[in-house]
Design a protein around this ligand. Sequence first.
Ligand SMILES: CCCCCCCCCCCC(=O)SCCNC(=O)CCNC(=O)[C@H](O)C(C)(C)COP(=O)(O)OP(=O)(O)OC[C@H]1O[C@@H](n2cnc3c(N)ncnc32)[C@H](O)[C@@H]1OP(=O)(O)O
Length: 186
Amino acid sequence: MPPPDARPPVRHPDAPEPGTLLGAHYDQCFGCGHEQPHGLRLDATAGEGVSITAEFTVQPAHQGAPGLAHGGVLATALDETLGSLCWLLQTIAVTGRLETDFVRPVPVGTVLHLSARCTAVHGRKIFSSAVGRIGSPDGPVAVRADALFIEVPVAHFTDNGRDEDIKAVMENPDRMKVTRAFEVNP
Ligand SMILES: CCCCCCCCCCCC(=O)SCCNC(=O)CCNC(=O)[C@H](O)C(C)(C)COP(=O)(O)OP(=O)(O)OC[C@H]1O[C@@H](n2cnc3c(N)ncnc32)[C@H](O)[C@@H]1OP(=O)(O)O
């Protein structure tokens, strides 16, 4: 829970307009990248204020029990959607805590409709919540999460990431891709 002196989140003036499809922030990201054959390929769209909507289709590669999505995959979908809120705050942050409720089983082939919103900011701490619904934005709730993201310097990635992956990103001639890989301001 945010402390009493937490402040409401403020949408950055340079945040993408509501309705903008954000696209993959990093081609190799398991949540949104298009070069991960078994990734979620989640598509996130900027919403009003500090909110995001997103969709992903549960594939056979995402099974836990036969015909049903793995809980860790569903948590990834929530994490990715929540992480995209940082793009609207234009803050570099990583997941510190992700508390997930699994409410309904999610069959393979389901389109999961996710929505996330930032609820408060306190120092480096960003509080947010998300929900995932089956089949439509008004469908039955399947998963819910509350999260705490922590603002970090870009060195969090460059100091800790595997050298060859950092190097590969840095050498990309598309400077926007370099920037977005580390979730920095566009
Ligand atoms: C378009 C697309 C855009 C971009 C879209 C991007 C989508 C990406 C989505 C995926 C995001 C991820 O999965 S990110 C990957 C998964 N996460 C990680 O790998 C993070 C690993 N953890 C860490 O590196 C570290 O623990 C940190 C950075 C989270 C925190 O370490 P630190 O920097 O030393 O900070 P620290 O002093 O410990 O904590 C700062 C404050 O936060 C609190 N705090 C820290 N962790 C926790 C915690 N788990 N639960 C409660 N509180 C916590 C502390 O009590 C403290 O509060 P106070 O004393 O100040 O009150």
